[in-house]
Design a protein around this ligand. Sequence first.
Ligand code: URA
Length: 260
Amino acid sequence: MAEVLDSQTRKAFADRLRYYNELGIYDFYRRAPHDIPSAVAVEQNIPELTETAPQMPRAAIAAPPAVDRPAALRMIREEIGDCTRCRLHKQGRKQIVFGVGNPNAELMFIGEAPGADEDEQGEPFVGRAGQLLNNMIKAMGLQREDVYIANIIKCRPPGNRTPERDECETCSPFLMQQIKVISPKAIVALGAVAAKTLLAVNAPMSELRGHWYDFRGTKLAVTYHPAFLLRDPRQKKETWKDLQMVMKELGLKAPEKVSE
Ligand code: URA
């Protein structure tokens, strides 16, 4: 029978995982209980991983070179399950909003968190901000179905408040796995929460946007969040510059006329 971790071990285990994540290590695997501990586990004093270890993304399953991306994404989704890893599961979320789009996408957009419409429909960016994001994608000469869209966290925070740091830390390892499986050529972080979480920096959007970052070997650009653009349409011009930078990188040309 699987051994249940006591709360102290569980916390030590979660801290250790976070430490590895910070080092850029996301790939772990479960050992059969009878396996001898690996040298690194012994050396680093990593507690035994058990079937009940709560924060272990089993789908951490490093994407092999010839990866079946849809299957790998399904495994990540299965591992998330009906998640209770953070407080958001008891704060009114209806469902987990995993991510949507082309598993082989060259371009990935990452937002902040689901809102009411997304929570209702189980899909990111389907409300007003989503309509604007769709228009941004079309202006780049792409369709929504061509790209992959996800959020830093997968559950709606109550009242659409900004996600707490610990919520981002708990949830983002699953996003890291999605990124790894999809392995896009470029990522666009939409807004400050996505940018700051992915880049682990604290700077105003005006400084964050407008240039490329290296995100674990993938090019990452930052631009304004569509919800912000709905409030301040004057920033659309700057956003278009960011998107053009991305288009140049991906060899995309803007269509002469953007269809509705
Ligand atoms: N805002 C986000 O950041 N993500 C969504 O999915 C919807 C709105």
